[in-house]
Design a protein around this ligand. Structure first.
Ligand code: ADP
Ligand code: GLC
Length: 488
């Protein structure tokens, strides 16, 4: 099958979060299993500065954006280490800036609607200019929400596009691409589509809704989240249209890219390990991490780690409060790696100042430190308020680091709380709490800390998580089934 995936970020070219991990690995896995898949992403400044082998074959195009005609270029590369083609859309004014979506002060670029209208137009033009054979056009998140709409309206008239089916995947419904109604003019689409069943939501242009409304099928990144978004609050105001589309709404869990996240081969680790050698391996990783962080080298005290965007979604206020409650009376140590909102940064830095021997906070983006924390910690904290899928808990499971999660979305689909019953039926692989409350979270952390000292149970849990199949091959085959279903 011929598949074209379009996304606003893909690892290793550009990344702000899990969307990039998914869009960097899914195309490769689809090709590995005999499909013909290519990827289209923007050529951001950071993408071009990373030293990848990116060719400029001289492909120029222009696309209408409102009443302007904007010129762009299509650059070519492959996903490193594979022959999966990547087409990068270059447009100096839109993409040659510091930051992907935001200014350094954390505010969104004022012209984000215009930038991604252009990107969606560019993706449509790439098909024509490169004469790509496409059965499935797979768009992801609001930045590409116009693609299913262009396919069903303007481009439908051209034979080249008439037989292309579209899948729209929601990675995070809270980010909707909601702009003032006059931005409708930028899209070039008729105002008749600006209605509550298609492109309008609460008086504004809504690009994630546009993708949901026009795609042949819609998917999200876990089965649980696919259910949760059909009602408030996780429907984020779009539960109505999602209910309407429920017969074409699917949940497919993300996978782990075993080339990038494999404790047996990970070049970032002080010592690599597998399910038979995790005791020595993880201990060496923990020792190196504690040294690097300047924490007390107490290898027997549990180390709790977390890596993520410092945002309301990820529950960093819960993490801070749990540390405040537990740190004074427990030898456990804590490490937090993250970038994001100032209020969480301050909360975490305060705690680091109060407990400098026990708490290390690193406010930066570091891929290698993310790997070292996921390998070197004993427990991994993820009390997300909501979580469409979540990748880091799967990385943690794969690295033998027991996750502590709020039972929501993909966290509920991947982590089974440890109880007498789940130990007896061999399903327990971590710790989970039901309600988004500080008391429940603190109890859950305390339970995990207690279990840490129960050597036999702890080993059983670690080895179960490490042996589970989190690979992309399982998820990719579900995408293929869905593509087959919607193919014209
Ligand atoms: P989300 O996409 O909501 O941010 P995921 O768990 O799906 O959450 O994916 C997050 C990805 O971003 C993971 O690969 C994680 O390691 C990475 N990540 C997040 N914050 C940082 C950071 N500060 N440094 C390095 N990697 C990070
Ligand atoms: C989003 C979600 C996260 C998911 C990722 C990749 O960023 O917040 O849960 O894992 O997309 O699908």
């Amino acid at each position: 099958m011929n598949i074209l995936i379009v996304a606003s970020e893909a690892a290793p070219f550009s990344k702000t979060g899990g969307l990039a991990d998914v869009c960097g690995s899914l195309p490769v896995e689809l090709n590995r299993s005999g499909n013909n898949c290519a990827l289209i992403i923007p050529a951001y400044k950071q993408t071009l500065q990373k030293g990848f082998d990116i060719q400029d074959p001289g492909l120029r195009f222009s696309a209408p954006v409102g009443d302007k005609t904007v010129e762009g270029r299509i650059l070519k590369a492959v996903v490193p280490g594979t022959d999966t083609p990547v087409y990068l859309i270059y447009q100096k004014d839109y993409f040659d800036r510091d930051g992907i979506y935001q200014n350094p002060d954390g505010s969104d670029f004022i012209d984000n609607c215009e930038r991604y209208v252009f990107f969606c137009r560019a993706a449509m033009e790439t098909i024509r200019l490169l004469d790509l054979k496409v059965d499935i056009l797979h768009a992801n998140d609001w930045q590409t929400g116009l693609i299913p709409a262009y396919l069903k309206t303007e481009y439908r008239l051209y034979p080249r596009y008439a037989n292309i089916a579209s899948l729209f995947t929601i990675h995070n419904l809270a980010y909707q691409g909601s702009f003032w109604h006059w931005d409708m003019n930028l899209t070039g689409l008729d105002w008749k589509y600006f209605n509550m069943d298609q492109m309008e939501a609460y008086g504004r242009l809504n690009l994630i809704k546009t993708g949901i409304a026009f795609a042949d099928a819609v998917s999200t990144v876990s089965p649980r989240y696919a259910l949760e978004i059909q009602s408030a609050p996780l429907g984020c105001g779009l539960e109505g249209i999602l209910q309407c589309r429920r017969h074409n709404l699917y949940g497919i869990l993300n996978g782990v890219d075993l080339n990038a996240w494999n404790p047996e081969t990970d070049p970032n680790l002080a010592q690599t390990y597998n399910v038979s050698t995790w005791r020595e391996g993880k201990r060496a990783c923990k020792k190196a991490l504690l040294q690097q962080l300047g924490l007390h080298e107490d290898l027997d005290a549990p180390l709790l780690g977390t890596v993520g965007r410092l945002s309301y979604q990820k529950g960093y206020d819960l993490i801070a409060e749990a540390m405040r409650r537990i740190a004074p009376q427990h030898p456990a140590q804590w490490v937090v790696l993250g970038t994001g909102e100032a209020c969480y940064q301050n909360m975490l830095l305060d705690l680091q100042n109060q407990f400098p021997n026990k708490i290390a906070v690193r406010l930066m983006y570091s891929d290698s430190m993310a790997h070292q924390i996921i390998a070197g910690s004993d427990l991994f904290l993820m009390p997300s308020r909501y979580e469409p899928c979540g990748l880091t808990q799967m990385y943690a499971l794969h690295y033998g680091t027991l996750p502590i999660v709020h039972s929501t979305g993909g966290l509920a689909d991947t982590v089974v709380n440890t109880t007498q019953q789940t130990l007896a039926d061999n399903s327990a692989n971590g710790f989970a709490f039901e309600n988004d409350s500080i008391d429940e979270f603190t109890n859950c952390v305390n339970n995990a800390l207690w279990t840490y000292y129960q050597q036999e149970t702890r080993s059983t849990l670690i080895e179960r998580g490490m042996k589970q199949d989190w690979s992309w091959s399982r998820s990719a085959s579900q995408y293929v089934q869905l593509y087959e279903k919607i193919k014209h």
